[in-house]
Write a protein that binds this ligand. Structure first.
Ligand SMILES: Cc1cc2nc3c(=O)[nH]c(=O)nc-3n(C[C@H](O)[C@H](O)[C@H](O)COP(=O)(O)OP(=O)(O)OC[C@H]3O[C@@H](n4cnc5c(N)ncnc54)[C@H](O)[C@@H]3O)c2cc1C
Length: 418
């Protein structure tokens, strides 16, 4: 059996690991257009400002000998240009064609570069979704006194704080009415905004970039409101789109590669991670959910299924976490609702919010008290009936002591999963 995996990151290596559980003999080939060992994208902002180095083991998802030990071949620095899922062939940059028996697509997502922004091709425009983009920003850092960051999602907000911390003048521009719009509600985002401001970040909300000016290199950003911001660089972090230009007509695309409950895209072909459009159990739609734990889980399940198992992927939901100075938060699922039961606790910098529909937990925000996140995650995932316990969610000593019954169920569940 010959397995080909496109993408050498979280989903790809988990797929390879799972295949080896089922099939010790089959040939596994991972193709990636990057040259490096699979590395942590969430640590890229820390790497840019020198908080971690690329030689530290925590930058990488597997030990250096992982591929050799598991007899996994790699083809690095090669881009897949096309696939033929009927003939079962993958074609790479130098026109080489590689046959496969089972294909797993884990090609992830890349930064969106809004084409409608005039001057987007100028030098000094950065993105940060891979090591190449991070390296370019890091190498230019000494020449950057001031930077405009466009998009206050997880990457933009984290970079705004980190760059301000090392003495750069940072302006953070966001189209929505608050930072971290899909991840936090007004109250929690307000806490983060205060922290950013206290640390020197200027925040401009309800505005967008329409033009970038400069001779060769960007020197000014023009906003829709006509405000002009002088700068030495601009970081675009307005979202990601799936890497799918190589797929053929047998693969259905709807925001990402459409897969069934077994992560199958078409005959003998699977997709997993940021590239896949999967079931969101909270929003009740299919869409890419570009987060690390799901990429790992989907990757693993796709590998098991490609090598003979029949494991169902029940779906996932958005989960975001970040630490900005003294504020750490985790949010999951829905973050605001006018039509559901909402429980809230606010005191100083601590905030807890729970959204409950038909006695099922469907959304959580935890700010500065995130210890019990595992329990809530499990409740959302399992559609757990919280009617008998929800009144204790806001108690300051909330924990397993209230959860005798749930605890037993959870433990049993873990035992069954092995
Ligand atoms: C700066 C940053 C911070 C993040 N922080 C968090 C966080 O705090 N929490 C969280 O849960 N998630 C976070 N994420 C998201 C997380 O990193 C992704 O969900 C995860 O990396 C997805 O893994 P993947 O394997 O699906 O795809 P990717 O990690 O995107 O890997 C895909 C690989 O496929 C390669 N590839 C693409 N096209 C081709 C082709 N045609 N031929 C060959 N190879 C190809 C790519 O170069 C890449 O190496 C962050 C991401 C970034 C960029």
């Amino acid at each position: 059996m010959k397995y080909v995996i496109i993408g050498n990151s979280v989903a790809g290596i988990n797929a390879a690991t799972a295949i080896r559980q089922n099939d010790t003999q089959g040939e596994i080939l991972i193709i990636s257009d990057e040259q490096t060992r699979p590395y942590s994208r969430p640590l890229l902002p820390n790497w840019v400002i020198g908080e971690v180095s690329f030689s530290q083991e925590r930058m990488f998802y597997r030990r250096n000998d992982f591929f050799e030990k598991n007899n996994i071949k790699t083809l690095l620095g090669k881009k897949v240009e096309s696939i033929d899922t009927k003939a079962k062939i993958v074609s790479i940059s130098n026109s080489e064609s590689l046959p496969y028996d089972k294909l797993i697509i884990t090609s992830g997502a890349s930064a969106i570069l809004p084409k409608n922004i005039v001057g987007i091709e100028l030098e000094g425009i950065h993105t940060l979704t891979n090591i190449k983009g991070a390296r370019k920003l890091k190498e230019n850092l000494d020449n950057i006194g001031s930077i405009v960051i466009v998009g206050a999602g997880l990457i933009g907000t984290k970079m705004a704080y980190d760059l301000s911390k090392i003495g750069k003048k940072v302006v953070l521009v966001e189209l929505a009415k608050r930072v971290l719009f899909p991840a936090l509600d007004d109250y929690a985002a307000g806490l983060i905004q205060e922290e950013l401001k206290e640390n020197g970040v200027e925040i401009i909300l309800n505005d967008s970039v329409v033009q970038l000016n400069g001779d060769e290199k960007v020197s000014e950003v023009v906003l829709a409101s006509n405000k002009k911001i002088p700068c030495d660089a601009c970081l675009l972090s307005v979202g990601v789109f799936p890497n799918i230009p190589f797929v053929d007509e047998n693969i259905k695309v709807d925001r990402g590669i459409v897969v069934d409950d077994y992560l199958k895209a078409c005959d003998d072909c699977y997709a997993a991670g940021d590239v896949a459009s999967v079931y969101d159990i909270v929003a009740n739609i299919r869409r890419p959910i570009p987060i690390l734990p799901l990429a790992a889980k989907e990757g693993f399940i796709s590998g098991l299924n490609a090598s003979g198992s029949e494991v169902k992927f029940n779906g996932g939901f958005a989960m975001n976490s970040i630490e900005i100075g003294n504020i750490g938060f985790i949010s999951m699922g829905l973050i605001e609702s006018d039509n559901d039961e909402v429980l809230e606790y606010k005191k100083d910098n601590e905030y807890r919010k729970f959204i409950i529909r038909d006695n099922r937990l469907i959304g959580v925000i935890l700010v500065n008290n995130v210890e019990k996140v595992g329990m809530f995650n499990w409740m959302i995932e399992k559609g757990f009936d919280v009617s008998w316990i929800k009144d204790t969610f806001l108690n300051s000593d909330f924990g397993w002591k209230y959860f005798d019954k749930a605890f037993r169920v959870l433990r049993l569940d873990r035992k069954l999963k092995g």
